[in-house]
Design a protein. Sequence first.
Length: 426
Amino acid sequence: MLLRPLLGLTFAAACAILLLSHPSAHAEHTGAAAKPFTALRMRRSMMLPNHNMGHHIHKLSPPTSSSSSSSSSSSWLSLSPSLRGGVTVNSAVVDPVETTEDLMQTMLRPEDKDGLRQRFAANIRRAQLEICRAIEELDGGAKFKEDAWDREGGGGGRTRVLAKGNVFEKAGVALSVVYGQMPLKAISVATEDPEIIARAKELAGSTETLPFFVASISSVMHPRNPFAPTMHFNYRFFDFDNSDDNGLWWFGGGTDLTPSYLNEDDIKHFHGSYKDVCDKHDPTYYEKYKKWADRYFQIKHRGETRGVGGIFFDDKNDKDPEEIFKFSKDCLDNVVKAYVPIVAKHKDDDFTQKQKDWQQMRRGRYVEFNLVYDRGTTFGLRTGGRVESILMSLPETARWEYNHQVEEGSPEAEILDVFKNPRDWV
């Protein structure tokens, strides 16, 4: 990926279009096979206890239909025609029989098999299928629709979206595996780490390009109920082709939570779950990556965070790659455990129209962050990335009210104070 976004998968889609359009880009389409995995099932033991929500008046029914909307191009977008071509998209409602093995055969090259590239790519496909099955089971109605996009000469991706469900307004889980030649000048956009930038220049020498490989998975879940929080995650692996022992590679990722109303038990469960994962690998990880998430998700023009954070890390190459891969895998495997019980707990809570309106305003803040500050989103739009994948993270509905003020002492004021003053939860 060229940038370091949390929405890195959507950026990887843009990366496929931008970098693989470079004149020197080249790749072969064969690959390694990996064993299929069994889907993870949500168990009753994962459920959190429910609480009395008696002050909520009634339940609003999900919409039965939706109107289509059109979008116009914006003058500030710089969409080069040379960056748009070469992506073939096939859409279908998929029973996920296209397993990890199928994906690896489609996307990976011979040189990517039997190593960390293959195992990371196989792991994110396994996780995509497992998480989608858990979400479908929780929703009890809608199914994921999969877009399979293949890039001629450089990998592709699988974007899976569930829309208009019983529990979820929209849920997306997308992955990409792309490779090609990266112009040296793009390295400083891919990372802010000066050591990585210097090493890339050293490896490139006079060629001005570097062969690269990036695999990424990204997801956003937007429940209907205002008391069920939105969740986002992204995990990625970036590797430059290099035969010596001082190769250039890094991992990045994170998982974060965005509630509309404050429920400390939910937030403590979420943060505690990720602290357990971090502590398993390094007792310094949680505090460091929690603070990083708080900094990253700032909506600067509002003076507040997007949500209550979680963990976030990037440019991580300070330990053995196998060790970091295991940490990244454990974080990804923790998504269902950390999030699904919270939604299961609140999906049937009663709520008022006022509470639904507040959720929609917080969705508006979500849109503001993604379109203004998320560098992967803005870069992808400016460079002609696949728009459907780039904007997968946005909710179907959002709301803005002019000069809206929360009532002092209200539940809305309570959560807004948390957004303005991030807390320690564990």
